[in-house]
Design a protein around this ligand. Structure first.
Ligand code: IVH
Length: 667
């Protein structure tokens, strides 16, 4: 193979991997790290390379498949789609869009009409109605199967659960989205309770739809717009007619759609909305252009990934020009330093931007930024906007170079930058900012849920009342009342919430300690596996690595943490204060699984933790991976193919959830 082909092959493989990773961040984690524009450009590069080197094309490539939102966690059952749920082709170029219209026009002998619609930036939904009743709501999933989110969709009041039956069953598809005002409110709540906010309204909508508690979903202010009706023998001849029918039945449809009779009309719709979208109360990322005539749609058909009768024209990401006032250097509880720009407030995509991330020192150098510069800000994949470039033509004389600190602005210790890391770190465990960060994490809602915000923590720390986490539990009313702004009532409330926190279960205590890489899910898993802080702290690296969900990073973080005497001593003090250091013991139910070593895989009708607890309660042992010692593999929905294969090879019995219940006689 010559050099160029080799390079192309490598590049294709790299792009596929990167795109898959970003697909997971976007669709499954709801937490993208790049902008849609950057993602689309990677897709374009991949498609171009696959075209130039067809020998490396593959049906498996992301250019031929839709991204998947199927949950890997428990909680949602997936069902097959009656009709595949595809994606849309897209372009950022008017010339390419005109090409699309021309191709459609040449395949019809008549004058073609296009229905132009806004491209709502939310998450796709498919509602099926049988005999006029809403039967099921599925997410797009991987296009073939979707997750059942009916209970959550029913909390959106604009979606009718039943309509007067016109004698045909149908599916109606559309978008669930979160308007800017609900998004801002939700993120404010998240920030107030020290949770990670959503990056954008789209992720907030998708994440909310995959929330397990419909009561919580109801509070989120989700909206829906429907834009596609499918079924057998539908009595419509055009798309716009079908949508008018949907509106007459009470379905929420867009008021901004327009039937255009020529390419020029399509282009002027796009130009009009590229301006008007900036004042809409929700996010749009483009315009969708659909062939209006349904017979022509049928004739044009589909590729493996998208319809040939529709495409999306996507708007370039919005940017705003504003002045850089100053730069703060923030220190997180892990010690990482982030330069954050303070900006003259400016409106961007529906919200007011005052701060933007500068990421790290390399980025600041690359931008060649000065204090007082006019800079362009853009919303990328992350919550906090980024500065994309400097408008040097507006640079005033005397604009000063920012000085990236050599020492920690909080504790003065020298900052360290590892060669392969872009960020600088303060490695001083006793750095006041890092300590405050640890306290804030400790009191946050998902951790100990103590009623204290940044200002309270700051005040208590600055007054020398709290230095280490257990100090919170020896605070007295006398100490608090002597501080500025505290009244008897606030003192009592605060002490009450500290006392209440002693009841939070062990896994949350573990999460609250804020070990690197130990998020809520990992903490839950560790708590259920080890049962107590004592046995977790004694686990060897090998024992940790033997657990399915634990890799090198987490094992290393745990080992390092428990090596430090200071941490052990702190845990002893927290235990003495009355915090839960053990998983609540389940009553022993039977000896039915005594001596049995059981591996579980896949999703169950109850949580995995519950299944594990049942195994223990019946005296069995849950182990991570299938070996010759395994008694049986308990397989739920979508079990790991690797485990199934291994069990089959070793001749180990595979039983279903149902069979498991009859085994333990517990329905
Ligand atoms: S029509 C067969 N119309 O954009 C494809 N999609 O990037 C039918 N979207 O998967 C889709 N607004 O989730 C259509 N007015 C609109 C839309 C729209 C947003 C979403 C949809 C689609 C994605 C493609």
């Amino acid at each position: 193979m010559n050099d160029k082909r080799n390079k192309a092959k490598e590049q294709i493989e790299w792009l596929r991997q990167e795109i898959e990773r970003h697909n997971r961040d976007y669709y499954v984690k709801n937490s993208p790290t790049i902008s849609d524009f950057e993602f689309d450009m990677m897709m374009n590069d991949l498609a171009a390379l696959e075209k130039a080197y067809p020998e490396f094309a593959s049906a498996d490539s992301p250019t031929n498949r839709v991204g998947s939102d199927l949950s890997t966690a428990e909680g949602f059952k997936s069902y097959p789609h009656k009709y595949p749920m595809l994606s849309l082709g897209n372009t950022y170029s008017i010339a390419e869009l005109e090409g699309f219209c021309n191709r459609i026009a040449t395949s019809s002998s008549e004058n073609v009409s296009y229905c132009c619609e806004l491209k709502f930036d939310g998450t796709a939904i498919c509602l099926s109605y049988i005999n006029g009743k809403l039967k099921r709501a599925l997410t797009r999933g991987d296009g073939t199967n979707g997750d059942d989110v009916t209970a959550n969709v029913k909390t959106i009041s604009s979606i009718p659960t039943s309509i007067t039956d016109d004698g045909f069953d149908f599916e109606i598809r559309g978008e669930i989205y979160m308007p800017f005002d609900s998004f801002e409110r939700l993120n404010k709540e998240k920030i107030d309770s020290s949770e990670v906010p959503f990056a954008n309204p789209r992720n907030a909508a998708a994440g909310s739809l995959k929330t397990l508690d419909p009561k919580e979903v109801r509070k989120r202010g989700l909206q829906c717009v429907l834009y596609h009706i499918i079924g057998e023998n539908l009595p419509f001849s055009s798309h716009s007619e079908a949508i008018r029918w949907a509106a007459s039945k009470g379905f929420p449809v867009s008021e901004f759609s327009r039937v255009c009779k020529s390419t020029a009309e399509v282009v002027s719709y796009i130009e009009e909305w590229d301006v008007k979208r900036k004042s809409l109360p929700f996010a749009t990322d483009g315009v969708v252009i659909k062939t209006d005539d349904l017979a022509l749609q049928k004739k044009l058909g589909y590729t493996a990934k998208s319809p040939r009768w529709a495409t999306a024209y996507k708007f370039k990401p919005e940017e705003a020009l504003t002045k850089l006032l100053s730069i703060d250097y923030q220190i997180g509880r892990t010690g990482a330093i982030t330069p954050v720009a303070n900006l003259e407030p400016v409106r961007l995509s529906g919200t007011v931007v005052k701060r933007a991330s500068l990421h790290n020192s390399d980025q600041m150098e690359a931008l060649d930024i000065r204090i007082g510069d006019y800079v362009y800000v853009e919303k990328g994949g992350e919550i906090i906007p980024k500065i994309t470039r400097v408008e040097t033509s507006k640079r005033e004389a005397g604009a000063v170079h920012p000085h990236f600190p050599e020492k920690c602005p909080s504790c003065g210790s020298m900052l360290v930058k590892d060669e392969d890391e872009a960020r600088h770190y303060c490695n001083n465990e006793l750095c006041p900012m890092r300590i405050k960060g640890r306290f804030l994490h400790f009191v946050s809602r998902k951790a100990m849920n103590i009623n204290a915000g940044e200002a309270t923590i700051e005040q208590l720390y600055d007054n020398g009342l709290i230095k280490s986490l257990p100090d919170l539990y020896s605070l007295t009313a006398d100490q608090l009342i002597s501080l500025d702004g505290w009244k008897e009532k606030s003192v009592n409330n605060f002490l009450e919430s500290i006392s209440e926190s002693k009841k939070v279960p062990f896994f949350r205590v573990l999460y609250a300690l804020g070990l690197r890489h130990i998020g809520e899910t990992t903490a839950k898993m560790l708590a259920s596996h080890f049962g107590s802080m004592e046995s977790l702290s004694r686990a060897t690296k090998e024992e940790l690595l033997a657990i399915d969900e634990i890799g090198e990073t987490i094992a290393a973080s745990l080992s390092a943490y428990f090596m430090e005497n200071g941490h052990i001593e702190m845990i002893h003090r927290l235990k003495a204060a009355g915090l839960q250091m053990e998983t609540e013991k389940r009553e022993k139910l039977s000896n039915l699984l005594e001596g049995q070593s059981i591996v579980i895989s896949g999703n169950f009708s109850v949580s995995r933790e519950e299944i594990k607890a049942l195994i223990t309660a019946h005296s069995g042992k849950n182990t991570g991976s299938v070996s010759s010692k395994t008694s049986f593999l308990l397989a739920g929905e979508k079990p790991g193919p690797e485990k199934i294969r291994k069990a089959e090879t070793l001749g180990i019995k595979i039983i279903s959830e149902e069979e498991f219940y009859s085994l333990i006689n517990n329905n």
